[in-house]
Each structure stands twice: as structure tokens, then as C-alpha cells.
Design a protein around this ligand. Structure first.
Ligand SMILES: *Cc1c(COP(=O)(O)O)cnc(C)c1O
Length: 423
């Protein structure tokens, strides 16, 4: 599409947007009495108006039924983890038996590493991207030490080539090949939190498997943002949180995926709890853990029904909007932002965009690396009612989310940004 740098053009795109009514399903934060330009759905997604109703249903059932709600509430709490499976499966390209909502992201990462990172003397290394999210780094490091290895010679962190900002798939594949005799686990982000790069999950998984390693992904910034095909792409395991693009609220219940081919691998080591035990005789409280088949066998505790109600509310909206529609709009919305930013600084004198320009290699986030005036521009954005986020040393991350952001907001953001840069 031929973009134009005018407010009228942005408004024309909004009028043609088939998803425009979805914005009204969300609470939009205000700054100084005016609706903010909220470009931080990558950090904490906005609250759907329906979330309150979903929570109220469970609170009312709890009030009216007490413990009987486990069986007699509208959505019986005993089986509540089943109600979000369909929505999660659609978002991840998985079967319902491969996904479940549980715990928090870092907890799930540890639980699945217990099962899928099983280093031997010869095969013990982990390959990942350099600069992974801190919590993931801590998880990798502590798992490695737990098995008696040294993080320094066990965790291989891949960096972009000199003068490049993101990793090339070919370089990831060749690093995997180079270490294939010692490799236990390949684990990457789906979408990298700092650069916004969407890794090639299919090619990385293929290369990892050819090397004889297990392959896992952290989808914190990918789920609800980019197209995922975990089952078809043969990913071994994946984890995510639900408070970013999934709009499920602070501290929301997270989720996990284990591929069907491991569904009956009952010999895998795992840390067990009663909710992973055979459903039929879970309440017999007997000795001897018998895991359920599939990801359900990795559950530990009874389901967090209140946070899960918020997840259910959000998943309903994703199903109504349709992933294809969201991704089509997302590519246009972020493409428009990129076009407008490049018009402000065509030569890259003041800033560069770290995120790949290839639409297949990114979601909705753009990471703007400020060569100068970074903090000043960021503060001016904040003052003008833009909610974006700042990452040290000098990156402004902006994520126009197709579910609730508009082309007019992208246009207005670019005007505010331009003014702040030239001030
Ligand atoms: C947001 C995020 C986390 C946060 O971890 P929690 O366990 O949810 O607190 C971890 N890893 C990545 C890659 C993230 O983007």
C-alpha cells in the first residue's frame, strides 16, 4: 500500500478498518483527562470491559455456592482449566491437549526445563539469543548449575553480526550445527522483547532437531501478536504469560505447551502435583503419582479460577476478532508507523529502528534506538499523553496493537515524536 503522511489518510485507514469496533470493548487509560495514546500492549495489555463480568460471575457463584461451586457453578471450578484450552490452542497453533493455562511464565519455564533439559556429560549445552529477558537468563543459569554444570561454558548466547541489530536465521542454524554434538537444548524467544525480532520458529526447530537437541520457545511477546504454528512446526515445548498482548491483567495466569509426541512420555522427569494426576482418581488421595497424558500432566495445583476468568474474557475477544484479521491490520498499522518514522529521519542521524523491516520477522512492536536526545524525547512523549516504554540504554519501544489502537494514533504519535526530536 502507498502510505501518505497526512491525518486525512490515517483517518481513511481507520474508516476502512474491519476491526475498528473492537477498540470500544476496552478501557482506554487517560492522561490529564484525555485518552492516552497507549502503545504499551507489549508490556501490559488493556483491560477488556467484559473482564469485570467474567470475574463477577465467579465471585457471585462463590458467594452463592461456597465450596459447591467446584461442581455446581456455571463453569465448574474443578474443570476450569479446560475452558481456556480452545482459545489458547487457536492462538498457538496447537491441539487442545497440548496447551494449558497454569502458574506464571518463569515457573512454567522451570517446570518444562526439568522435563526437557536433561544434560549428559557429552550433551549439555544450551543455545539461546544474547540479551534474553532477565528472568529467562536466571532460569537457564540456575538450571545449568542445578545439574552441576558451569553457565559460562554451557550457555551459548548468539549475538548479531557486527553492525547488525538482529540475528540472521542462517547464523542461528549454523551455530546449532557447529555445536550439534554437545547440544541439549535450543531455546529462543518467539518475539525478542528488546529488538522486536520474530524468530523463524520452524527453521530453528528443524535445525535443533537435526542436531539431536530439544527445542523450546518463550512466547511472552509472541502470543496474541504473531502467527504461531507450534504443533505443525514440531516445537517440543513453549511457555508464555498472558498480561502482555493477551490483555489478562497484572500477574495473570500464564500458559504452557508440550507437543503431542511427548504426551505419553511418562518416564520424563517432572515435578508433580495433584492437579497433574489422573483426573478420575485425583480425590482418592492415594500414594503414587500417575500423570495425565499431555500438558495437563504438568499441572501442579488447583486452577486459579479468578485469573482464569479474566483469561477467558480475553480469549473470547480474540476469537471474535479472528487472528488473521488481527495480523493483517497489525502489519499495516506497524508498517504505517515505520513509514512515518522514516520520513522524520530518513538518514538515521537521530535514531534507527532495531526491529527488522521484514514483516515476516516482526510483530507489532518497533524498537527505536535513539542516538541522541533519547530520554528527552521519551519524556516529551509522556508529557504529550503517549504511554510508551523506555529500555536502557536508549531504546523507546512502541507497540501499536491491532486490537485497540488506531491509524490516527500512529499518525499523532509520529507528529509528537517529530516535534520532540526537533525541540
Ligand atoms: C514478560 C516476560 C517475562 C516475565 O516473567 P514472569 O514469570 O511472567 O514474571 C519473562 N520472560 C520474557 C521473555 C518476558 O517477555
Amino acid at each position: 500500500m502507498q502510505f501518505e503522511n497526512t491525518l486525512a489518510f490515517a483517518r481513511k485507514l481507520d474508516r476502512a478498518d474491519s476491526l475498528k469496533k473492537f477498540r470500544s470493548l476496552f478501557h482506554l487509560p487517560k492522561v490529564k483527562g484525555k485518552t492516552a495514546i497507549y502503545f504499551t500492549g507489549n508490556s501490559l495489555g488493556l483491560q477488556p470491559k467484559s473482564t469485570k463480568n467474567y470475574l463477577a460471575e465467579e465471585l457471585n457463584d462463590w458467594a452463592a455456592l461456597g465450596v459447591e461451586g467446584h461442581v455446581h457453578s456455571k463453569r465448574p471450578w474443578l474443570y476450569y482449566h479446560k475452558f481456556t484450552k480452545k482459545g489458547l490452542a487457536l492462538l498457538t497453533g496447537a491441539k487442545t491437549s497440548e496447551v494449558v493455562a497454569m502458574n506464571h511464565l518463569t515457573v512454567n519455564l522451570h517446570l518444562l526445563m526439568v522435563s526437557f533439559y536433561r544434560p549428559t556429560k557429552k550433551r549439555f549445552k544450551i543455545i539461546t539469543e544474547a540479551g534474553a529477558f532477565s528472568s529467562d537468563q536466571y532460569a537457564f543459569e540456575s538450571q545449568v548449575k542445578f545439574h552441576g554444570f558451569e553457565p559460562d561454558n554451557t550457555i551459548i548466547e548468539l549475538k548479531p553480526r557486527e553492525h547488525e541489530h538482529t540475528l540472521r536465521t542462517e547464523d542461528i542454524v549454523s551455530a546449532i550445527q557447529q555445536h550439534q554434538d554437545e547440544l541439549a537444548l535450543v531455546i529462543f524467544s518467539g518475539v525478542q522483547y528488546y529488538t522486536g525480532q520474530f524468530f523463524d520458529i520452524q527453521k530453528i526447530t528443524q535445525a535443533g532437531h537435526t542436531a539431536g537437541a530439544i527445542v523450546g520457545f518463550d512466547l511472552a511477546h509472541a502470543i496474541g501478536n504473531v502467527n504461531l504454528n507450534l504443533h505443525k512446526h514440531n516445537v517440543d515445548f513453549a511457555v508464555w504469560c498472558s498480561y502482555k498482548y493477551l490483555n489478562t491483567g497484572p500477574g495473570a495466569v500464564a500458559g504452557a505447551f508440550v507437543h503431542e509426541r511427548h504426551s505419553k512420555s511418562f518416564d520424563l522427569p517432572r515435578f508433580a502435583g495433584w492437579w497433574g494426576h489422573h483426573e478420575q482418581d485425583r480425590f482418592q488421595m492415594k500414594k503414587g503419582f500417575i500423570p495425565m497424558a499431555g500438558i495437563d500432566g504438568w499441572q501442579l495445583s488447583n486452577h486459579p479460577v479468578l485469573p482464569a476468568a479474566a483469561l477467558l474474557a480475553s480469549l473470547e475477544i480474540f476469537q471474535q476478532a479472528g487472528l488473521k484479521n488481527l495480523q493483517t491490520k497489525s502489519s499495516l498499522l506497524t508498517g504505517y508507523l515505520e513509514y512515518l518514522l522514516k520520513q522524520i529521519d530518513a538518514t538515521g542521524e537521530n535514531f534507527i529502528i532495531l526491529t527488522p523491516s521484514d514483516k515476516q520477522a516482526r510483530g507489532c512492536q518497533l524498537s527505536i534506538y535513539m542516538k541522541q536526545k533519547g530520554k528527552k524525547v521519551f519524556n516529551a512523549l509522556t508529557k504529550a499523553g503517549v504511554i510508551a516504554d523506555w529500555r536502557e540504554p536508549n531504546v523507546i519501544r512502541v507497540a501499536p496493537v491491532p486490537m485497540y489502537n488506531t491509524f490516527e494514533e500512529v499518525y499523532r504519535f509520529s507528529e509528537i515524536f517529530k516535534k520532540a526530536l526537533r525541540a
